[in-house]
Write a protein of this length. Structure first.
Length: 365
């Protein structure tokens, strides 16, 4: 008898537990409302024009002249690389050029020396010409021998050739010195251009978004020193491969910035990149704010819903009540297949399979 009482008591406890379990079921009924279909996308904010200032020479950063948030103008020097060796190269090239300029002037000693010889050659030619003319007249009178006349003639021609040679030498030397001056100037410009590589300038006006290096760091050619941004803020979105076909230009977007978690910003799709981004394993889409937030930062992470369509006054159930994509559980534990339409994270449109009178149960699985 005692055993039967214990058995009965156990059955009562199980029955009460089962009843309690049934009473704890989360249930709902389909209802009618407007539903918007949306594609989820993650992303970040960037500016329309973003320029990276990179090192154009190897060396040590002696100076960083900007900080993140600074507003700078075009050609502003962002950083300087130690350039002692290159400064010496410029100084040497300048000294060579200055010397070349001096040598190429009309007062240069080498040209003065040649000019002195030319003046002497002109004097000698004048004497030899006078002597030649005199001997020519004497020979006509047969007052001197043919041999003496020919000697005077040879001396005259030799003086002519000597003067012409000196004059050619002057022109050639002056030309070579001028050419050397030009080449030296090119070398100065080249060395100064190389020196300019040690000053890292921004080629755009804008805001300093990032500074990647610190003063005193060793840097290699091509390494990024800072990032400058300008222009409008753009929303970069990463859309899954299965969803990209639903996305079109000018679709509305609801944006939730991590920096402004309690606000929703409206935007519109402005650009759809045609190729799959293998790095992000998604398609890249751009959107532009309808109204840019008062305080916004380049690089801010975000989540967005791209509104791909809507239906008015349709039968819907909470998306959380769906199982296996298109099944629901009725109050009597029957699994019912339903045909669904639009769907978002909160609601799913029901086209057929259940009515507003049906009670459905939320699965605990």
């Amino acid at each position: 008898m005692k055993h039967n009482r214990i058995t009965f008591l156990g059955c009562m406890i199980v029955a009460i537990s089962l009843l309690s379990s049934c009473n704890n079921k989360e249930t709902t009924t389909p209802t009618r409302k407007n539903i918007e279909d949306a594609v989820f996308a993650s992303g970040f904010i960037e500016q329309e024009n973003q320029y990276t200032v990179s090192a154009s020479a190897d060396g040590i950063l002696t100076t960083i002249l900007v900080s993140e948030g600074d507003i700078i103008t075009n050609n502003t020097t962002v950083a300087v690389i130690k350039s002692d060796v290159q400064n010496n190269q410029v100084a040497d090239a300048q000294a060579v050029y200055n010397n070349a300029v001096t040598n190429a002037s009309a007062n240069a000693s080498i040209l003065q020396q040649i000019q002195t010889k030319i003046n002497q050659a002109k004097t000698q030619l004048s004497l030899d010409k006078t002597n030649y003319v005199r001997y020519k007249e004497l020979r006509a009178k047969n007052s001197v021998s043919q041999l003496d006349f020919e000697k005077a003639e040879l001396q005259y021609k030799a003086s002519q050739n000597n003067l012409l040679g000196l004059q050619d030498n002057y022109k050639t030397t002056a030309s070579d010195l001028k050419l050397n001056e030009k080449r030296s100037l090119v070398q100065v410009k080249t060395q100064k251009a190389i020196l300019d590589d040690y000053k890292l300038n921004s080629s755009i006006s804008g805001t300093v978004i990032n500074v990647f290096k610190k003063q005193g760091e060793l840097i290699r050619r091509g390494e990024a020193v800072a990032e400058i941004g300008s222009g409008a803020f753009i929303i970069k979105l990463f859309v899954a491969e299965d969803d990209i076909k639903k996305v079109n230009s000018n679709q509305a977007v609801s944006v939730h910035l991590n920096t402004n978690p309690n606000e929703t910003f409206k935007a519109k799709i402005s650009k759809i990149y045609p190729s799959f981004n293998t790095t992000e394993q998604s398609y890249v889409v751009e959107a532009q704010f309808d109204q840019v937030p008062n305080k916004i930062f380049s690089g801010s992470q975000l989540q967005a819903n791209i509104e791909t369509g809507s239906s008015k006054n349709v039968l819907v159930i909470p998306t959380a009540y769906l199982i296996r994509e298109n099944y629901v559980i009725l109050e009597n534990d029957e699994e019912r297949t339903i045909k669904i339409g639009r769907r978002n994270s909160d609601w799913t449109e029901v086209i057929s399979g259940i009515s507003e009178e049906d009670i459905i149960v939320k699965s605990k699985i």
